[in-house]
Design a protein around this ligand. Structure first.
Ligand SMILES: Cc1cc2nc3c(=O)[nH]c(=O)nc-3n(C[C@H](O)[C@H](O)[C@H](O)COP(=O)(O)OP(=O)(O)OC[C@H]3O[C@@H](n4cnc5c(N)ncnc54)[C@H](O)[C@@H]3O)c2cc1C
Length: 465
């Protein structure tokens, strides 16, 4: 069987794998990437990008329906779901094509096929045309993750959808049940609710967006309820009875079980790593709860074998995967200055309306960790740009260590906060304290002024409230 040699072999061309490959090539390694399905992975094809394209359509639709608020008129505002979806698919396709171009530009060998570890530093690829073996100095597993199915709630693509189905819907939901209120569930709830679906969200935890600061979760719930959603925290979908045109859900909520009928259900109960059938067991790699166990540098404990991105565990975010890709490539290339991922400085963003974004410790986590905290809050209703935009809902909350002034966490809900959060992320990387943030001049009028004011508020110096 044909064998080819490379310094680095990457399995999976998602944002973890393709970024690792590019960084490796930049550092002079000969690199091969094996991909079984689509360049760009889940993120570009079925995740981050196509969802944002859908949400943008929903945002424009919302604005058009409120044209009168801006002194404009837009009559007979409507939508064509097929064209909304077609745009989302086109955007995804454009970006996936861009990844192929980047592979070529960086002289990375792309092998389309299914990869499996075949002994130390060897990967066997099953392609349409047969099989080939790649032999490498190092192998990086970046096989990503897929939607988790719970017994009884399995997606079937008809009336019960996972994220892939929800991204190319066979019909427009009229009565929609979303199971799970993490970022994926809430983004789809926001999209379909904005387009007019009567939407119910069921969450097993005591609040929606459960990883966010409690105050932000509470504000998000209020905002979604004001938009007409029904939110059921501390609730559980026990069973789905599937008919041709409807699904009857058994929902345990408030100590009672009730049945409700929906025409569509989206199951967004989490993801699980693609760890099967790639030879991890034979290689001696530790897999726990669906994810490969690694150290902070992506090392699996097996010589020459690394794992990055979703398959290596939480947080399941594209930018975390990409950063890990850079880290392992630099390690493999022998760079002396390799920075492992600091999970506490990775921002999480949810692109619902209003948007939600955060980095670092929540107020509760900071207190639990033993910090004496100073907390600042600034509402967007006090921000000129937000008012001019016609979207002054939400707030920015900052959490500082009272002794040192270190910025422990930042939590936001409101307009464009998914863009704003990066300011605090940079601050955390620079190990900023309140002193630098207070001394920074923020441009006017911008939404970012609310970031400044939140810091000022934490130190009793807020100006505009
Ligand atoms: C609906 C949705 C919305 C999301 N939105 C966001 C967001 O806004 N922001 C964000 O940061 N994250 C978001 N995510 C998460 C993000 O998509 C993932 O964190 C990211 O894709 C992980 O990158 P990865 O490289 O680890 O894996 P993936 O992107 O999953 O890529 C893995 C690749 O490996 C390939 N593969 C698997 N097994 C093999 C094999 N044996 N041989 C060859 N190839 C193989 C797969 O085909 C796939 O292309 C979203 C996810 C979903 C589902």
């Amino acid at each position: 069987m044909a064998e080819r040699n490379f310094d680095m072999i990457v399995i999976g061309a998602g944002p973890g794998g393709y970024v690792a490959a590019i960084r490796g090539a930049q550092l002079g390694l000969s690199v091969a990437v094996v991909e079984r399905e689509h360049m760009g992975g889940i993120c570009l094809n079925w995740g981050c990008i196509p969802t944002k394209a859908l949400l943008r359509s929903a945002e424009v639709f919302h604005l058009m329906r409120h044209a009168g608020d801006f002194g404009l008129s837009a009559d007979a505002v409507g939508f064509d779901l097929g064209r909304v979806v077609a745009r989302s698919r086109k955007v995804a396709g454009q970006l996936a094509g861009g990844v192929s171009h980047l592979m070529k530009k960086n002289k990375i060998a792309v092998v389309m096929g299914r990869a499996r570890l075949d002994g130390p530093r060897r990967v066997r690829v099953q392609t349409d045309g047969g099989a080939e073996v790649l032999v490498g100095g190092a192998v990086v597993v970046a096989t990503g993750a897929r939607a988790r199915d719970l017994p009884g709630l399995e997606a079937d693509g008809k009336r019960v959808w996972n994220y892939k189905h929800a991204l190319q819907p066979p019909h427009m939901p009229e009565r929609l049940l979303v199971i799970g209120s993490g970022a994926i569930g809430i983004e789809f709830a926001s999209f379909y609710n904005t387009l007019g679906a009567e939407t119910t969200v069921v969450e097993i935890m005591d609040r929606i967006l459960p990883v966010e600061d409690e105050e932000i979760s509470t504000l998000a719930r209020k905002a979604f309820e004001a938009q007409g959603m029904t939110i059921l925290p501390k609730s559980l979908v026990r069973n789905l009875d599937r008919g041709a045109d409807a699904v009857t859900a058994e929902i345990e909520t408030g100590g009672k079980t009730r049945t409700e009928t929906f025409d569509t259900v989206i199951s967004a109960v989490g993801i699980t790593g693609n760890t099967e059938d790639i030879g991890l067991e034979d290689a001696g790699v530790r897999v726990e709860r669906g994810h490969i166990v690694t150290d902070a540098y992506g090392r699996t404990g097996v010589d020459g074998l690394y794992a990055i991105g979703d398959v290596a565990g939480a947080p399941w975010l594209a930018h975390k995967a990409s950063h890990e890709g850079v880290t392992v490539a630099e390690l493999i290339a022998g760079s002396s200055d390799v920075h492992p991922v600091a999970p506490e400085s990775i921002a999480g963003c949810t692109y619902c309306h209003p948007q939600v974004a955060s980095v670092g410790l929540t107020e509760a986590q900071a207190r639990e960790a033993g910090h004496e905290v100073r907390v600042g809050r600034f509402p967007f209703i006090g921000n000129g740009k937000a008012i001019a935009l016609g979207d002054p809902q939400g707030l920015i909350k900052t959490v500082f260590d009272a002794q040192t002034g270190a910025l422990l966490g930042a939590h936001m809900i409101g307009p464009e906060v998914t863009e704003l959060i990066q300011g605090y992320v940079v601050g955390r990387t620079l190990e900023t304290t309140e002193a630098e943030l207070i001394a920074t001049v923020f441009p006017h009028p911008t939404l970012s002024e609310a970031m400044h004011e939140s810091v000022l508020a934490a130190f009793d110096r807020v100006i505009h409230i």
